[in-house]
Ligand binder design. Structure first.
Ligand code: PMT
Length: 412
């Protein structure tokens, strides 16, 4: 195991393996990541296949190993799919060749094309002979990549292929995994911050059997809670959908908008940040029938009344807390979101078009417009909900005075 299962569980890791003798060590990385719950997709270059077997990786990883840009199986454009759905791309070993191609923007195989098609953080663990490692061409390429926000795990000194000794040996697996975990968790930039997150769709009872509900699965809110905890926050998750495997998070199960209101308002004074990702019903039946409404009595008249506006109340009562709301929209997303941000007195509003493909309810991806109190808007690309959670939390670190807008851009 990598020793950090809470970081890796559910993460999609593209594990790139390029052609060097250290390729055999990537097998161990693959195994450890899978043991810790990561979803690992190995991508091997043609030269890597001279050192290690495709079958070995396919047997150990979460999906079969990928080796070609051109395939008739699955998606016809595997590099964009891999790049867009990855939470992190980790290349170990990274040869001088893949480093050079990445720095120059060359995409002539699946791994180099995936590198250009991803917005996920990229971690490279180079391995090569000392002379190659020290060559100005390699060092200049690495400097270029560092400037672009790529994370490099420097090699170590030791025995190299052919019996030589010197700098260039692939870093130990622990160092590589720690570095990648640090990238994913932004090195604990939310340590000690008390974050209250809501998730899921509320259910408003009509009678003991029926309710008015919505399509929220809780995935978006769970991603925010998990990412905040991974970044060191003390997280309370108020949710209608209790997730499995949510270690280190205080989970408060609720059902209705009123339950959620009471759970959140009761904890508001003791938190620093609130992220309301839940889809809270705006209306509920005014009266709840004590027993099941009989079909034989014909369609009932259900009179609705408004539920409490939780965020609205928080916005009116806040005393230094950072408030983040969502807006589920199907039209005029930016304008409607902006209006909600102002009306509810929010520091940040995440507006998503829930009618867009692969965004909004139930799916693992989302796309949003972030609106803040300066009036600025940021349109994100389609991201995994985990990656969007990190984008939101990057903004939160700035709002609580722990991060800089410039760093956040670099980390993406
Ligand atoms: O859970 P998933 O399947 O992953 O789907 C994610 C999501 C689509 C639910 C999520 O991304 C999202 O958009 N959540 C907000 C849904 C919503 O209720 O939007 P709204 O525009 O109706 O409400 C605006 C904000 O006010 C929201 O932060 C909401 O939590 C809050 N609200 C709404 C009503 C109410 N009575 N009290 C509230 O606090």
């Amino acid at each position: 195991m990598s020793g950090q299962p809470e970081v890796w569980r559910g993460r999609r890791v593209v594990l790139g393996v390029s052609g060097g003798i250290a390729a055999y060590k990537a097998i161990e990385l693959c195994r450890r990541l899978v043991d810790d719950g990561a979803h690992v997709i190995p991508v091997l270059t043609e030269d890597a296949l001279r050192f290690v077997g495709e079958l070995t990786f396919s047997a150990l990883a979460s999906e079969r190993a990928r080796t070609s840009l051109f395939t008739t199986e699955g998606t016809p454009i595997p590099h964009t799919h891999l790049g867009q759905t990855a939470d992190v791309v980790l290349i170990a070993p990274a040869t001088a060749r893949i480093i050079a191609k990445y720095a120059a923007g060359i995409s002539d195989d699946l791994l180099s094309a995936t590198l250009l098609a991803t917005r996920a953080p990229v971690v490279l663990a180079p391995a090569m002979h000392t002379e190659m490692w020290e060559h100005p061409a390699v060092q200049e390429n690495l400097a270029t990549l560092r400037r672009r926000g790529v994370h490099i795990v420097d090699p170590e000194s030791g025995r190299l292929a052919g019996g030589d000794v010197g700098e260039g040996r692939l870093a130990a697996p622990e160092r590589i995994l720690d570095a990648a975990a640090g990238v994913l968790t932004r090195n604990g930039d939310l340590a000690g911050v008390r974050v209250l997150v809501s998730a899921g769709g509320t259910r408003e009872a009509i009678d003991p059997v029926r309710f008015i509900g919505n399509r929220s699965s809780g995935k978006m809110g769970h991603a925010v809670a998990r990412q905040a905890a991974a970044r060191g926050a003390r997280v309370t998750l108020v949710t209608t959908a209790v997730p499995a495997d949510i270690d280190g998070i205080d989970v408060v199960p609720v059902v209705s908008a009123q339950d959620m209101h009471d759970a959140i308002l009761g904890r508001f004074d003791a938190c620093d940040v609130v992220v309301m990702a839940a889809a809270v019903a705006d209306f509920r039946p005014k009266a709840v029938a004590d027993s099941k409404i009989k079909k034989s009595e014909g369609p009932p008249d259900i009179i609705l009344e408004p539920t409490p506006d939780i965020l609205g109340e928080l916005g009116a009562a806040k005393q230094g807390q950072v408030l983040v709301g969502f807006a589920a929209e199907t039209e005029n997303v930016e304008a409607n979101g902006g209006e909600k941000r102002v009306r509810k007195n929010l520091d940040l509003l995440v507006a998503n078009d829930v009618s867009a493909p692969n965004a909004g309810f139930e799916v693992d991806t989302n796309q949003a417009i972030l609106l803040d109190s300066s009036g600025a808007s940021e349109h994100t690309p389609l991201l995994t909900k985990v990656a969007l959670a990190d984008v939101i939390l990057d903004r939160v670190t700035v709002l609580i005075g722990r991060g800089s807008a410039h760093q956040d851009q670099e980390q993406r």
